[in-house]
Design a protein around this ligand. Structure first.
Ligand SMILES: Nc1nc2c(ncn2[C@@H]2O[C@H](COP(=O)(O)O[C@H]3[C@@H](O)[C@H](n4cnc5c(=O)[nH]c(N)nc54)O[C@@H]3COP(=O)(O)O)[C@@H](O)[C@H]2O)c(=O)[nH]1
Length: 699
């Protein structure tokens, strides 16, 4: 082999020729025609095969040789998969054979004695080989690109400028549920048909026209599978221009982000909901509340926020353990949720506190109907472990726009109102009033003084007479506490009982009231007023005191009280707190001979039918019902019905707060047993009560 001349066109030629001179003539011809030939001559099949490993640009072959043939040489070359151009150069070839040779894959044939066409034939073959190689390279890289697109986990599509599908990769077919669908059907689809409303609109009206200018759109949206399933996706839409700057085609890459969205929503739920109850948390509520206020401001609506605090939750937690406490909270949450409308928001504020947001209220009173509904929902006990627990809650309500203009103020005011409700005993509700804040400060200073009031002997017991409705004779009295404050004078129990409740002092002050009443009763008995009954109020906190029975028994014994003349007034709500335990205590009191009165009847959420299971003696109809008597639009049928039913259940009925003669007369006419109220007398000091008894006895 000879080295090629670098100034000329290099040509590596394998020459299959038995005659060395013919080969040299050929090379000489090529060299004189501007080729620098690197060549090798073989004349056997083995020789050719051994040389095929080298990088030949062209093969020249004689047609017939003693040990080899041009035909066979062409066969060998093609068997080795070689696409190297093959040119016959022969002295003997006839036209038929030449045609045959071309048919069998040779690129050309030339006569040894006429090589005029050789230069152009070689140049042509080299050119075609090069362009074939280029084409193959392009095909290969195209195939690779398609393979990459097909292997992509994202949907990739090529679209016509009007968004019709031209190509859709396998992931796209899979994502859209188009696997197995005929290609021609797929190609009829438009991207607009494959996205959900309202993105289809946006795509059509805004995004596609905008691509002329913007060239690209990226965003998160939803696509619609052929089966109608909506899948959240991230999408990149690109416009590809032709050389005139017109959109030639579009490409779109779509990534299924369902999993990410799912995790995002899980995270969002965790950040906005309470893990124990699954209810929205404080953060969620504040956001929702802010939106509700915006809307209310715009549409002139009223919004109520209610703060609920479970009564005695701590007792359940402490006595039954946190596991049971959690179970109670979960069940309470469920009941609260079920009692509200879908548009109302209930959130767990923390601990045993819940917040309810009532939007778009027509009237603030609607909040009361909601409280009633909630109370009804809790009439049935909640089973925790093996115990039935009756749940009550204290509620504070603040209203937009009257009680505040922003979330913070309204929540704070609802909280203040809730604390005031809680101080009144279980199951109470209070609407916020600005005076609550002012009184809050006053309360603080009173609270400090209360600590010493008992030691300093500052409490007084006043007595309000109860008379027989028919005869007008005094048959008993209610003991009502007052606080003789050294600086403020007489302080109303409405102002300090909640403080005593809150501090727990009510237990010892309640005991003082009981003993004071029993002691005074003995003094009046000794003065000849023998059969008078005396009643005292027992708050829910006192009722929960496990030493209550013991204290009552000791007071009766030590103050020489006649048990059947002692009456304890408890409210419906005290009864409802824990009915099973209450029945037990009431039975014990009854066996001592002590009478029990239900105070403020009608203000709670029990019914007489419900109360009949308790060993009660007296029903005190609340002043609010008595107030209705004789008023225009007032409804006295409740009073009538209550008295009639109470009598059927063997209860004596006392009407409280009787202020006017027509109330008295009406109550007498419908069979009310006893009357108490300013119409008879206000609560009196013991001295004034003694005078009143004397006067009454002599009338
Ligand atoms: N746990 C205890 N609670 C007590 C005790 N003493 C009183 N209280 C409770 O405080 C609340 C306010 O009591 P008071 O200011 O004494 O008001 C009572 C009566 O004075 C009042 N009343 C009676 N008749 C009329 C009337 O004709 N008009 C009118 N406007 N008010 C009237 O009503 C209150 C009656 O109380 P009750 O029968 O108990 O419902 C009050 O809730 C008391 O219960 C105590 O020692 N312990």
């Amino acid at each position: 082999m000879q080295a090629p001349d670098r100034a000329k066109k290099p040509l590596n030629a394998l020459i299959i020729e038995d005659v060395e001179d013919d080969a040299l003539l050929l090379v000489d011809y090529l060299e004189t025609n501007d080729f620098s030939v690197k060549w090798c001559r073989v004349d056997t099949e083995e020789g050719m095969i051994s040389k095929l490993k080298e990088p030949w640009d062209i093969v020249f072959s004689d047609f017939s040789m003693p040990h080899f043939s041009g035909h066979r040489a062409l066969g060998v070359l093609r068997e080795h998969n070689s696409e190297i151009p093959f040119i016959f150069v022969s002295g003997t070839i006839g036209e038929d054979i030449a045609v045959e040779a071309l048919k069998s894959g040779a690129q050309d044939y030339l006569m040894k004695d006429n090589l005029v066409r050789m230069r152009s034939a070689v140049e042509r073959e080299l050119r075609e080989t090069q362009s074939r190689k280029d084409r193959q390279k392009t095909d290969r890289s195209r195939a690779r690109l398609v393979a990459i697109l097909e292997a992509s986990p994202d949907m990739v599509a090529i679209l016509q400028p009007d968004a019709r599908l031209e190509y859709l990769n396998s992931s796209g077919l899979k994502l859209l549920g188009l696997e197995g669908v005929e290609k021609e059907h797929v190609e009829k689809l438009n991207l607009v048909d494959l996205v959900s409303e309202p993105f289809a609109q946006q795509l059509w009206v805004e995004i596609l026209p905008g691509l002329q200018q913007n060239k690209a759109w990226h965003g998160e949206t939803e696509i619609l599978t052929i089966a109608g399933k909506i899948i959240p996706v991230s999408m990149s839409l690109l416009a590809h221009n032709d050389r005139h700057g017109e959109i030639e085609y579009l490409s779109v890459t779509v990534r299924d982000i369902s999993e990410r969205k799912h995790f995002e929503s899980v995270l969002h739920h965790q950040a906005t909901h309470d893990a124990l109850t699954g209810l929205p948390n404080r953060y969620f509520l504040i956001n929702r509340f802010a939106t509700a206020l915006e809307l209310a401001r715009r549409h002139d609506h009223c919004v109520a926020v209610m703060f609920l605090d479970l009564d005695n939750f701590k007792r359940v937690n402490d006595s039954m353990g946190h596991g049971h406490g959690d179970s109670l909270l979960k069940q309470v949450s469920q009941r609260l949720r079920n009692s509200l409308r879908p548009g109302d928001t209930i959130a767990r504020h923390g601990g045993d506190e819940f917040t309810i947001l009532l939007e778009n209220l027509k009237h603030p009173d609607k909040a009361i109907s909601v409280i009633r509904k909630l109370r009804e929902a809790f009439l049935q006990p909640i089973k925790v472990g093996s115990q039935d627990i009756y749940v009550t809650f204290s509620t504070g309500i603040a209203l937009y726009p009257t009680d505040g203009q922003n979330v913070e103020d309204l929540l704070r005011n609802a909280d203040t109102a809730m604390y005031r409700a809680k101080a009144l005993g279980p199951s109470q509700y209070r609407f916020y009033a600005p005076s609550m804040n002012a009184r809050g400060h006053e309360f603080l200073s009173l609270e400090g003084d209360l600590q010493q009031a008992l030691e300093q002997n500052e409490f007084r017991l006043y007595y309000q007479p109860q008379v027989d409705a028919q005869s007008g004779k005094v048959v008993g009295m209610e003991g009502l506490i007052r606080w003789q404050h050294p600086k403020r004078g007489i302080v109303s129990p409405a102002d300090f009982i909640p403080l005593l409740e809150g501090s727990g002092l009510i237990i010892s002050v309640g005991e003082w009231v009981l003993r004071q009443a029993c002691m005074q009763h003995r003094i009046w008995r000794e003065a000849g007023f023998n059969d008078l009954r005396i009643s005292v109020n027992v708050s829910a906190t006192q009722f929960n005191d496990r030493h209550l029975m013991d204290k009552i028994q000791r007071a009766i014994k030590e103050e020489q009280m006649i048990p059947h003349l002692l009456e304890l007034e408890i409210t419906e709500n005290t009864v409802m707190q824990d009915p099973v335990a209450v029945i037990e205590t009431l039975n014990a009191l009854r066996s001592e001979g002590v009478r029990i009165a239900i105070d403020d009847f009608g203000t709670g959420y029990s019914s007489l039918a419900y109360l009949k299971r308790f060993p009660l003696s007296v029903l005190k109809i609340d002043k609010s019902f008595v107030d209705d008597i004789g008023e225009v639009g007032g409804d006295s049928t409740i009073v009538e019905a209550s008295i009639s039913l109470a009598h059927k259940l063997g209860l004596q009925v006392v009407a409280e707060g009787v202020e006017r003669v027509e109330q008295y007369e009406f109550l007498r006419s419908i069979g009310c047993d006893l009357i108490q109220g300013y119409y008879i007398n206000r609560p009196l000091t013991e001295a004034d009560m003694t005078d009143f008894l004397v006067k009454n006895a002599t009338q």
